[in-house]
Design a protein around this ligand. Structure first.
Ligand code: ZN
Length: 52
């Protein structure tokens, strides 16, 4: 599973979490325009945690 730099979504409709796997199903739902690198100050996504 590809591990990538931390990223998150600025859209209020997306969960307030950050991701660090490019193939995270939740992370893949983020529209490219809303994607930012970093954590956004959010906790890590539960699905990404399970992929460790
Ligand atoms: Zn995730």
């Amino acid at each position: 599973m590809p591990k990538v730099g931390n990223y998150y979504s600025i859209a209020s409709t997306d969960p307030d979490v950050y991701h660090n796997y490019s193939d995270c199903p939740s992370g893949q739902n983020i529209h490219p325009q809303n994607k930012r690198s970093g954590t956004g100050g959010f906790p890590r996504c539960g699905q990404c945690r399970r992929m460790d």
